[in-house]
Design a protein around this ligand. Sequence first.
Ligand SMILES: *Cc1c(COP(=O)(O)O)cnc(C)c1O
Length: 486
Amino acid sequence: MTSGQSLAEVYDAEQFRATGKELIDVLADHFRDLQHKKGKKVYPNHAPEDELQFWQEDLEQKSNPIQTLTTLLNRSQQTQHPRYMGHQTAVPAPISALTGLVTNLVNNSTGVFEMGPVSNAMERVITDFTAKKVGYGSSASGIMTSGGSLANLTALLAARKDKAPHNVWEEGHNEKLAVLVSEEAHYCIDWAARILGLGDKGIIKVPVDQDFKIRTDLLPQYLNKAKADGLHVFCIIGCAGSTATGSYDDLEVLAEFSQAHNLWLHVDGAHGGAVVFSEKYQHLARGIEKADSVAIDFHKMLMTPVLSTALMFKEGNKIYRTFAQRAQYLWDSPETEEWYNSAKRTFECSKPFLSAQVYLILKTHGMDIFEKNVNKLYDSAKLLAQLITAKPEFDLVHEPESNIVNFRYVPNKEMTIAELNSLNADIRKRLVASGNFYIVQTTIADQRTLRCSVMNPLTSKADFVELLNEIEKEAASILGSELAHV
Ligand SMILES: *Cc1c(COP(=O)(O)O)cnc(C)c1O
């Protein structure tokens, strides 16, 4: 252990100043080197056990915080690297990181107004702004919450409160409830439904078409079958977009169907709901304004660090009813709707100051900065798809609607699916180990695909060209060494 300090030293302002100034330089240098791809790996690729051992041993070593933080930086996944194209994690705008420093230090927890006056007000500003972009009217309102998973769970709770025949919150389950959702939905929808107590039968997964969109033509049939099975369907969840392929369900049709059958429509826009900020791409989520609730993650395509999510309700008062509770020690008047006491509307009691990072990005870089980012990422994905299509040995799995591109390397049409799955998995493994690129993989229709989410607006055409070249090189070396072993 390092020498124990006194508590007075922990809170010493001059110590903070000195470390802080030094740290900003370290961060800025790191950031600059990543952008210029100077000697930095995208992903350090240590095995889990090695990483664990490293930090177990590190804790016993003497080092100052700058040294430890520099090591932390260098051993991390580098989302700021233009050749990071992995999972759907934002490349945070640096101003959001600086804002996080401030909000961490003041540590205002948003639940009650007096513990987070700025936080509650900014949250209102950001959710009102976002609700307007969704296309909601004046009775809409929203909350911010820690992530899309929690937002989806919260939306399903609100849906159940509004549409279930009984008050499950107070009475427990009296009947079998169910939701309808595309089989391509994020797994957290499945979990949310299970947490609500719906069980296997209560999560009705509707097949998708060849574009990975929910088959709306099957909805009447699935709803009737559910009724015949004694289930009460209370909600449909639309994907904007789906997890594996970023495909957008037809929200217009889902809204029409929901209204006709008195169902709640929730849109999981954790990833692709961000198009509401883009004139060019908002058509993908046409009809979103008819949904009863919409979740959008800022930490996916909207430039903030994890976690920061807006959950908006078309009828804002419905969220208060969801969490009807009597926390006398917190509230003067538990029954009244007070936007400024945000814990009345969300699962979280203590809640981070989530809105400040979004607010500072907009205020610093302009109210259209999200539009610029979404357009750039979606345009870039289309460019990557074109480059893939132009190469005969690459198969594009689907035209990208969003910034997610799935493709496979298929050098030879005679190869079996198993051989191609193994080849593509090996290619990815080598690519990641090289540290030159970071991409992920998924399985679509039993076929292993290489998967890129274009998250960094600084990723250029040259990066894509280089990526495809490296994939070819890795493949040649894998196939070459296999031949050598025959
Ligand atoms: C990321 C994602 C989620 C989960 O959101 P978290 O913020 O990671 O909790 C849910 N649905 C979709 C479509 C997503 O992309």
